[in-house]
Design a protein around this ligand. Structure first.
Ligand SMILES: [Mn+2]
Length: 307
């Protein structure tokens, strides 16, 4: 059994997600109660200014931050498909990161950058995985998801047993022993040409981890599970520890009506973006295109057609 004395929190971004990553870091420093944790940001194409903003957002934990250039993996990542739901290849970094950490890093908490932490993460880090390799929060079935895809293509024996990949508590040593990074890339390459995954990195991870993941309480990855669910700020405050802005409605867009938005704005005040005006939806999408270096024109046109 691995010791749990080394906590690592990691995320991955390109230039389009520097602001939310700053807010994520500030929220961890303010609320997560793990001052000994290492903070890793894997970045693609980040500038010195971006790095400076990330460091400034870490305040008292600035010496815990490492910003690591993802260029070493760029060739591998660029071969992977981007989609409407996963607009940047940095999403796939979660498949790589556990394989490149030292063995002694026994607990890795991998977080999407569209997250705000509002309470202590210590109980999560202390969670016993009970033989599982990854802890994650189940994702209930969106009505438009084709369950037969999950059984036929992803080979899930129970297509309803499916997790959201936005928060992953990972036993690094066990991940490495099972060579899960290699398995994830191999599974992707084994798919028939033209296969369209609904949520690429998430589908691949569900496929290779089907027998190796432990469902965690919803508070560790709190998001709207169905279109009908009506969360409000109070439900976030009372039921969530990790708030995940998982839908397309991101709180950093001006005019956003996301019910958890105030949590984002409150922590944004703790970052170098405090005085920066929020982008409109169009500005945001344009920046996302310009700052996500490996996106294709095809992908942009698809996204513009979307709404
Ligand atoms: Mn997300």
């Amino acid at each position: 059994m691995a010791s749990s004395n080394a906590y690592i929190i990691a995320t991955a971004i390109d230039r389009a997600f520097v602001e939310p990553a700053c807010v994520l870091l500030a929220s961890i420093v303010a609320n997560a109660d793990v001052p000994e944790a290492s903070l890793l940001v894997y970045g693609l194409g980040l500038t010195l200014r971006d790095r400076d903003r990330l460091a400034k957002s870490c305040g008292a934990m600035a010496d815990k931050l490492s910003v690591i250039d993802l260029n070493f993996a760029a060739d591998r990542l660029k071969k992977l498909r981007v989609t409407l739901t996963v607009p940047s290849v940095v999403a796939y970094a979660r498949m790589l990161v556990p394989s490149i950490l030292p063995h002694s890093a026994s607990r890795l908490l991998y977080l999407d950058s569209d997250i705000v932490v509002i309470d202590s993460l210590r109980p999560l880090f202390e969670t016993k995985l009970g033989g599982a390799i990854v802890g994650a929060v189940p994702d209930t079935i969106a009505p438009w998801v084709d369950l037969s895809f999950r059984s036929d293509v992803l080979k899930l024996s129970n297509p309803s047993f499916y997790f959201n990949s936005g928060v992953l508590l990972i036993d690094v040593e066990a991940w490495q022993n099972e060579r899960l990074t290699e398995k994830a890339f191999a599974f992707n390459e084994s798919l028939p040409p033209g296969t369209r995954l609904s949520f690429p990195d998430q589908d691949l991870l569900n496929a290779i981890l089907a027998d190796f993941w432990l469902p965690l309480d919803r508070r560790w990855n709190f998001f709207n599970q169905t279109d009908e669910e009506s969360l409000n700020l109070q439900s976030y405050l009372s039921e969530a520890t990790i708030v995940h802005f998982a839908s397309g409605k991101k709180p950093w867009v001006s005019g956003s009506t996301h019910p958890g938005r105030q949590l984002y704005l409150d922590h944004r005040k703790l970052t170098p973006f405090a005085q920066v005006p929020l982008d409109s939806w169009v500005e945001q999408r344009l920046k996302q295109f310009l700052r996500s270096p490996v996106n294709t024109v095809k992908n942009l046109s698809l996204r513009l057609l979307r709404r």
